[in-house]
Design a protein around this ligand. Structure first.
Ligand code: GDP
Length: 476
């Protein structure tokens, strides 16, 4: 897929009935091929860049038999000359009528005229290989297409406009200078037996480490904005999980009854909370004496609890904590739990302080560590306390400093690479401060720079590129 020699074509719009569909051709023979499948007042090959031409998409006439062209659809052709196009190659976009057949037949006509069917993401990959966008920007295109909230859209747009790339390039530049300086000193001092790293170079390493830490600070929340988050609603039977689930969704979705254990398995729906698409799952009440079907639901709840970093634990605030409540507490070790003290319309029998102490005590001494706990009093019946509950869920997802996410990394591939970069730079600083020879510091520094380069795509392995672009849709 890394070849740029041939001319590719694909339908760029979604399938299904619509007003318009766009078929795109890109590559060295884009105009020649498009002209074979297009009949208008002038040849596209002679048209200036960024012009529109009305005409007909036609099935190319068989040359040998001197046949006539067959009209497929009425179209508008947009001409983009290299390098002023999405791919930096010659590009023609044919807008035909929407729906499956017109676009499909136009695409076939282009293939018959000499184009090759594009692989998924191949247009964006060409934009990357031709240096129009870097890898982080290309990946932002996919994030933008998949964005389900405005916050996710803004985050993707910022990345697409190059904000992350500029920041990373700005960060790498002084590090490259440091590397050059250390290497020059090492060469110079070869006979003397190694050199130490000068203080200003150490300061540059520390500054870059701090900036990476800042970029990663809100990565978990930025990822939740990009991908959404699953938040199970757990608790013993009859505390009001289904009622709370419905209240948060604003519609009667789950079954609410007065019999304990009527929610037999998980019901999941998405709501947007402060820009994050949160999949709330109403789980079966966790208890020991359950029937078989319900036991399955309970097993799923336990899996959800184990997998999701944030959950909502519903407690009936109008009744003292019972053994079933207490049995749940240790499961939040190392997790973030938002306690909904439900039924606040009834006299209070449990306090937030008591619940926090119970969780703290239950998680004490375990390997998983302490829990992050926040309690909110609410009434699913009256709909009170729900805004506070939503706000605390956002905090639990890491959105305490929402302003910070605009400059954060949302893509797990990026945060993984930047974490490795930070670790390598930390090692470089430490070794340098200990007086280790320049060669050693340079090794760590090179590793850090390579990890930063992975994000923007510098020196990246072609197989990895194929993998990344293979996740794109066809026509993008
Ligand atoms: P679940 O088993 O935990 O899913 O609990 P449900 O949502 O089925 O609720 C159990 C019972 O508690 C039902 O009778 C609800 O009407 C009642 N309930 C739920 N939330 C509240 C609340 O905020 N206040 C009061 N007074 N009753 C509630």
């Amino acid at each position: 897929m890394n070849s740029l020699d041939d001319t590719i074509a694909a339908i760029a719009t979604a399938s299904g009935e619509a007003g318009l569909a766009v078929v795109r051709v890109s590559g060295p023979l884009a105009f020649e091929i498009a002209d074979r499948a297009f009949s208008g007042s002038a040849a596209l090959a002679a048209a200036p860049s960024h012009t529109l031409h009305h005409g007909w998409a036609v099935r190319p006439a068989p040359l040998s038999r001197g046949g006539s062209e067959e009209r497929i659809d009425e179209v508008v052709a947009a001409v983009f000359r290299a390098p002023r196009s999405y791919t930096r190659e010659d590009v023609v976009e044919l807008s035909c009528h929407g729906g499956r057949l017109p676009a499909l037949r136009v695409l076939e006509a282009l293939i018959e005229s000499g184009a090759r069917l594009a692989a998924p993401g191949e247009f964006s990959m060409r934009a990357f290989l031709n240096g129009r966008i870097d890898l982080a920007q290309a990946e932002a295109v996919v994030d933008l297409i998949h964005a389900e909230t405005d916050a996710a859209r803004s985050l993707a747009l910022a990345q697409l406009s190059g904000s992350l790339s500029r920041r990373l390039n700005g960060l790498a530049e002084p590090l490259n200078d440091v590397l050059v300086e250390i290497e020059a000193r090492v060469d110079f001092a070869e006979d003397v037996g190694g050199i130490e790293v000068p203080p200003h170079a150490l300061a540059a390493l520390e500054a870059a480490t701090a900036e990476l830490a800042q970029l990663l600070e809100h990565a978990a929340y930025a990822r939740a904005v990009r991908d959404g988050a699953r938040v199970p609603i757990v608790g013993r039977p009859n505390v009001g999980k289904s009622s709370l689930f419905n209240a948060l969704l604003g519609e009667a979705r789950a079954l609410v009854t007065e019999l304990p254990g009527t929610t037999r398995d998980r019901v999941s729906e998405s709501v947007e909370i402060a820009g994050v698409r949160v999949a709330l799952s109403d789980t079966a009440g966790i208890r020991d004496d359950a029937g078989r079907v319900e036991a399955l639901g309970i097993a799923m709840s336990e899996t959800m609890l184990a997998e999701c970093p944030v959950s909502i634990w519903v407690i009936d605030g109008s009744a003292p904590l019972d053994a079933a409540d207490l049995a749940l507490a240790p499961r939040f070790a190392g997790k973030r739990v938002v306690v909904a003290l439900n039924k606040s319309d009834l006299p209070e029998r449990v306090t937030a302080g008591e619940v926090s102490r119970v969780i703290e005590h239950a998680c004490e001494g375990g390997d998983a560590g302490a829990a992050w706990v926040a309690c909110v009093a609410c009434s699913a019946s009256l709909g009170t306390g729900l805004d506070a509950l939503r706000a605390v869920v956002v905090d639990a997802l890491g959105g305490g400093a929402r302003a910070g996410i605009a400059m954060s990394v949302s893509n797990p591939r990026h945060s993984d690479a930047l974490r490795r970069a930070r670790e390598a730079l930390e090692r470089a600083s430490e070794r340098g401060a200990e007086g280790a020879p320049g060669e050693i510091v340079a090794i760590e520094l090179r590793e850090g720079l390579a990890a930063i380069g992975e994000v923007t795509g510098q020196g990246i392995d072609p197989d990895l590129l194929d993998k990344i672009f293979g996740r794109f849709c066809i026509g993008k």
